[in-house]
Design a protein around this ligand. Structure first.
Ligand SMILES: [Fe+2]
Ligand SMILES: [Fe+2]
Length: 243
């Protein structure tokens, strides 16, 4: 892949998923706000562009894992199944687990660590929003995309969706992704980049590790939807309409 400073961050992530850990490490948003050129993003974050390019270069020298390649070139049904089986399942399993840890750590250390109250409240709001979000994707948007793809294979016309065009629910999902991204940024800031305080007990440390893992997974999840699934679904719909 060509490394250019004016290429958008999300295009790096799409073309070379090996660059994603580099962006994660540097705190560069490649999913919701990834539609910005690398040089601009580095300037805004005070990052040395040459160093970032070197890190990206060594990441792209690594071979692409077969699963990443398949996710980009396989069927949309396979991509959806991957998203639901891995990322949706992870979100559903982690929310109650993190809530439990948050309640425990907050009741024990909340008095000495005021940051735990906003962290608990923001995560609680994020968890509730995400549960609804997953339901909307699984019950409305994803089944439509799967039906549309199946109609293409069978060369049958697709029934017009109740929401007019796939662009409408996609826009709504992207908006909800932006809100989730803002909640993650707030959690990271309030927790000092998930750095446990010196007096943190094991549960406190486990909580910050779990929140950091939750963030990493959600970034990857939103990236697959915003930057791979949704554009491919919209492209497929346009192609269908033209036939
Ligand atoms: Fe999702
Ligand atoms: Fe989503």
């Amino acid at each position: 892949m060509t490394l250019t400073t004016t290429k958008n961050v999300r295009d790096y992530a799409i073309e070379s998923p090996q660059t994603i850990p580099v962006f994660e490490k540097l705190g560069i948003d490649f999913c919701c706000g990834g539609n910005r050129p690398l040089d601009e993003v580095c300037a805004a974050a005070n990052l040395n562009l040459d160093e970032v390019l070197r890190a990206l270069e060594s990441a792209t020298a690594e071979p692409v894992r077969p699963s990443d390649r398949e996710l980009r070139s396989g069927s949309l049904a396979e991509l959806i199944s991957h998203i639901v089986r891995t990322h949706h399942a992870f979100v559903r399993a982690q929310i109650p687990e993190i809530e439990r840890l948050l309640d425990k750590v907050h009741s024990k250390h909340g008095a000495n660590h005021a940051e735990l109250t906003p962290i608990r409240d923001v995560f609680h709001g994020l968890g509730q929003e995400l549960m609804l979000h997953l339901m909307k994707e699984e019950n409305i948007l994803f089944p439509y995309i799967e039906r549309m793809e199946e109609s293409g294979v069978q060369r049958e016309p697709i029934l017009p969706p109740p929401f007019g065009t796939v662009a409408n629910p996609v826009r709504m999902m992207e908006h909800e992704h932006d809100d989730a991204g803002a909640a993650l940024r707030s959690l990271r800031k309030t927790s000092g980049d998930y750095t446990p305080p010196a007096d943190a007990c094991t549960s406190f440390r486990a909580l910050y590790t779990a929140l950091a893992n939750f963030e990493r997974d959600l970034h990857q999840h939103i990236h697959l939807e915003n930057n791979v699934l949704f554009p491919r679904a919209q492209e497929m719909e346009t192609k269908h309409q033209g036939t």
